[in-house]
Design a protein around this ligand. Structure first.
Ligand SMILES: C[S@@+](CC[C@H](N)C(=O)[O-])C[C@H]1O[C@@H](n2cnc3c(N)ncnc32)[C@H](O)[C@@H]1O
Length: 244
């Protein structure tokens, strides 16, 4: 597609994570339909809760939680018995662990950042406001707990589709994805193969590695390098890859 009519676009984010792009599209009303897909059950529990009537419960639970190391440990050692409890535990774990890492194997939580302890990344009122803002526009967003590759396979024939594809970065021996995410193993070759069949538009972001660069060249995709800061504020480059 060369020019966009917002009212005609289906926007798809098959590896949504925190979904900054999909949320921006929703708030700015840049697409007719918005679908977000995520495989991780913990991340999915957050989307399912925020995009349901339980968003108010979650926002209130966050502002009313008296965060200390003891209260956090008590909460995280309790088995969640509902999706909304799991969502709260996921947000808590993300906000108090170093770098926001949710993947198992991060071992005992290393609390906070910059020596500032457990409260260093806990901004309950900001979270409250964000959750409310998203909850109020939930009608604009569809969430699917499932496999992003399967989702692309099912929707690649739509000419009015725009995909934002931000997979875990594990191609080319890069390990960032495996430290950060529970689901980090994806078939990158298959992802590129599917992307090459997308009739609409896609934009992919990847760690800059030779393997990904070669893969993108092999499929004749457009490639741009952009500078970004990672979790540790180090400068690195990322690849932006698209078909048009
Ligand atoms: C790089 S992150 C996306 C970050 C996102 N752009 C944001 O703004 O937060 C990749 C996400 O894909 C998820 N994921 C991994 N394998 C998946 C799969 N096969 N299908 C769907 N999601 C998957 C991971 O759990 C992770 O949340």
């Amino acid at each position: 597609m060369s020019s966009y009519d917002n009212k005609a676009i289906n926007f798809y984010e098959p590896f949504v994570g925190g979904g900054i792009v999909g949320l921006t599209i929703a708030f700015e009303q840049l697409a007719k339909d918005i679908t977000l897909v995520e495989l991780d059950v913990d991340v999915a529990s957050v989307w399912k809760t925020i995009l349901s009537n339980d968003y108010k419960w979650l926002a209130n639970k966050i502002v009313n939680f008296d965060l200390t190391q003891q209260s956090a440990e008590r909460e995280l050692n309790t088995i969640a018995t509902s999706t909304r409890d799991q969502a709260f535990q996921t947000i808590l774990r993300n906000r108090i662990s170093h770098g926001g890492i949710l993947a198992p194997g991060a071992g005992n939580l290393k609390y906070g950042e910059g020596g500032k302890g457990i409260l260093s990344r806990w901004y309950p009122y900001t979270l409250f406001k964000r959750i409310y803002a998203i909850g109020e526009i939930q009608d604009r967003i569809r969430f699917i707990e499932g496999d992003g590759l399967d989702f692309i396979r099912l929707h690649l024939n739509q000419s009015n589709a725009v995909f934002f594809i931000d997979p875990p970065y594990t191609a080319g021996g890069k390990k960032a994805g495996s430290r950060l995410y529970t689901h980090y193993l994806i078939d990158h070759e298959e992802l590129f193969n599917l992307a090459s069949q997308i009739k609409g538009d896609f934009l992919m972001t990847y760690d800059n590695s030779n393997e990904v660069y070669e893969l993108a060249k092999r499929y004749n995709f457009n490639i741009r390098m952009i500078a970004m800061n990672n979790t540790h504020h180090a400068q690195m480059t990322e690849l932006l890859i698209s078909n048009h």
